[in-house]
Design a protein around this ligand. Structure first.
Ligand SMILES: *[C@@H]1O[C@H](CO)[C@@H](O)[C@H](O)[C@H]1NC(C)=O
Length: 291
């Protein structure tokens, strides 16, 4: 009798351990209700599955968008996106970090749609003190409309690294010692929107949005931010994150990472402001010769 009781207690214990783990994982899973506000689009942006999934949609009357509840000053921020499928020409899905005002800082991913079967362009940019003009554009090595893929921004005081499914594609280093400004004083919100940009997005504006395909929909899941959250009340930021030691705050690209960027840029980059001498008759931006 007593040995039976021991066995069943053990069985309960065995069941409880994995259950507790499961609860912990679920509790830390992303929840769009908790982290974001829908900011525009009159019902075209929607949160589904208890906060696990967010969709933006665009039709002839309007696009839609959302914004983080928190402001962040540095972070390692992942989001999974599945882009507008089929004929998405003319549509742009923007996913970016930005502060506010004339001298704002901004870190951009923008996805320019295309006709069915033709490649999306991933457009990236970095603004510091209100000044951008640092575009780099890429084709992706997969169809971004078939599945969710992870788009990440590592932003710490030394560097900004853009990654796709864990592969770094672009770096903007802190070169303040050369007089180049770097975003490190203005907290940023996370934004995303889906809108019509058929005056420029697809083949430079030649291909227009086909409204018979509307509504166009992009989806988001698994937001994850290891980040410092800014408090306007105390003008300070708090990086405490129970599950991490904040090693991302000092992370930088090692040699392997630099090599991976070079390989991606060699195979997939289609525009680089740093090689566009025509656009900068007075000389390329200074960071171009330093990186
Ligand atoms: C769309 O497809 C054309 C043809 O392959 C390509 O030149 C262009 O870069 C693609 N992307 C966009 C956004 O125009």
């Amino acid at each position: 009798m007593s040995s039976q009781i021991v066995v069943s207690t053990k069985m309960i214990a065995n069941l409880l351990v994995p259950l507790t783990l499961l609860v912990a994982v679920v509790a830390s899973a992303s929840n769009f209700y908790q982290d974001f506000d829908i900011t525009w689009g009159d019902g075209r942006a929607q949160i589904h599955n208890n906060g696990q999934l967010l969709t933006l949609s665009l039709d002839k009357a309007s696009g839609s968008g959302f914004k983080s509840k928190n402001q962040y000053l540095f972070g390692k921020i992942d989001m999974q996106l599945k882009l507008v499928p089929g004929n998405s020409a003319g549509t742009v899905t923007a996913y970016y970090l930005s502060s506010q005002g004339n001298t704002h800082d901004e870190i951009d991913f923008e996805f320019l749609g295309n006709l069915s079967g033709d490649p999306y362009i991933l457009h990236t940019n970095v603004f510091t003190q209100g000044k951008g003009n640092r575009e780099q554009q890429f084709y992706l090595w997969f169809d971004p409309t078939k599945d969710f893929h992870t788009y990440s921004i590592l932003w710490n005081p030394q560097t900004i690294v853009f990654s796709v499914d864990g592969t770094p594609i672009r770096q903007f280093k802190n070169l303040e010692s050369y007089g180049i400004s770097f975003p490190k004083d203005q907290p940023m919100w996370i934004y995303s929107s889906l809108w019509n940009a058929d005056d420029w997005a697809t083949r430079g504006g030649l291909v227009k949005t086909d409204w018979s395909q509307a509504p166009f929909t992009a989806s988001y899941q698994n937001f994850n931010a290891q980040a410092c959250i800014w408090s306007s009340a105390s003008s300070s930021s708090s990086c405490s994150n129970a599950s991490s030691n904040n090693s991302w705050l000092t992370e930088s690209l090692d040699n392997t990472g630099q090599e991976r960027i070079k390989t991606v840029q060699k195979n997939y980059m289609i525009y680089n402001y740093c090689t566009d001498a025509k656009r900068f008759p007075q000389g390329l931006p200074q960071e171009c010769s330093l990186t």
